[in-house]
Design a protein around this ligand. Structure first.
Ligand SMILES: Cc1cc2nc3c(=O)[nH]c(=O)nc-3n(C[C@H](O)[C@H](O)[C@H](O)COP(=O)(O)O)c2cc1C
Length: 327
């Protein structure tokens, strides 16, 4: 897939996820076949003020390239400067958040609130486009609510202002994450604009990603929650149990290296819960892993959990395909 001058290996991308899509998770997704990974939404004002936590979010490592940076904001002048900083930090594509439903963001006219102000959307896109040389894209929802679904209008503005793609989560702001993503609206968008449309919402398996493409004709698929605990979703086959164990240990080690022992382990707890989903005794695993605070104890517990999974009396519980790899 090509987004402007950015040539991608495939049409799958990792969605921006606050608190999750850091350099570590993005590198893992990339290794498992994701064509384009995105940073979490970064507040433009925070970037400009030089807050350390914001600047850290701009960091990009070589293993995850190409990386898109997503900015949130409502002030064109501030967004221009933040966009330039994102480009300088190595982003290969910029994305503007027009979909965040959180009141903390929308009360400042940013996130999905931008969709209610097409004139401001135009102003921001024009200003940012003129200030950067990397491709510009937007991520939208269907609209604020069912009565004001204006994704076609906003996408048209993006196309006219030189954006290279529209990423669309097929729910309204009012829907939050409830109900089903409305894939037929992705099809409508694809038929309405000429620039690539990347569909997003409720893709929980590789097969479902292909289904979304077939049903909507979209050019690419962005996956968020479906990648949690299964970052291999971007390729058509699952890793073995041994690979899953190795991945959990590697992710843990890198998390400790990046964030220090205490925070590194704490941040991994949600990932451990996701990684273990669907495995036998996963609820026990989740309960126990939370009690360990020492890196060696966490590692040992993971080793033991997988060893038990591969014990002869467990192999009948673990599905045949994954059990084979224990030996
Ligand atoms: C924990 C979490 C954090 C999110 N953070 C962002 C974000 O920073 N920027 C954004 O555009 N969307 C964000 N989203 C929305 C996702 O990118 C995506 O649009 C949504 O989850 C629907 O896709 P999915 O069904 O594949 O998860 C977030 C969603 C979740 C669940």
């Amino acid at each position: 897939m090509k987004l402007g001058n950015l040539e991608l290996e495939n049409c799958f991308s990792l969605a921006p996820l606050v608190g999750i899509t850091d350099t570590l998770f993005r590198s893992i997704a990339k290794r498992y076949g994701c064509g384009l990974v995105f940073s979490e939404m970064i507040n433009s004002n925070g970037v400009l003020k030089g807050g350390v936590s914001y600047l850290k979010k701009l960091e990009i490592t070589p293993e995850e390239e190409p990386v898109g940076i997503q900015l949130a904001g409502d002030n064109p002048k501030i967004m221009v400067q933040a966009a330039q900083m994102a480009e300088a930090s190595g982003a290969k594509i910029l994305n503007i958040n027009m979909g965040c439903p959180s009141q903390k963001i929308t009360k400042n006219k940013a996130g999905c609130a931008l969709m209610t102000n097409p004139a401001l959307v135009k102003e921001i896109l024009q200003a940012v486009k003129n200030a950067i040389s990397i491709p510009l894209s937007i991520k939208i929802r269907l609209g604020w609510d069912d009565k004001t679904m204006n994704y076609l209008e906003i996408a048209h503005i993006a196309e006219s202002e030189g954006c290279v793609a529209v990423f669309m989560h097929a729910r309204t702001r009012a829907q939050g994450f409830s109900g089903q993503a409305r894939w037929p609206e992705i099809k409508k968008l694809k038929e309405y604009i000429k620039i690539p449309v990347i569909g997003n919402g409720d893709v929980t398996s590789h097969e479902k990603a292909l289904l979304m493409m077939r049903e909507t004709g979209c050019d690419g698929v962005m996956i968020g929650r479906g990648a949690l605990g299964q970052p291999w979703i971007f390729r058509p086959f699952e890793p073995t149990l041994n690979e899953k164990k190795a991945l959990m240990l590697e992710h843990l080690n890198k998390s400790i290296e990046k964030y220090g022992e205490e925070l590194g382990i704490r941040l991994m707890r949600k990932h451990f819960a996701w990684y273990s989903q669907g495995l036998p005794h996963s609820s026990q695993f989740r309960k126990n892993i939370h009690t360990y605070t020492d890196p060696a104890a966490v590692r040992n517990y993971i080793e033991q959990f997988f060893k038990d999974l591969c014990s002869p009396n467990m192999t009948s519980v673990v599905s045949a395909s994954t059990a084979n790899v224990c030996y």
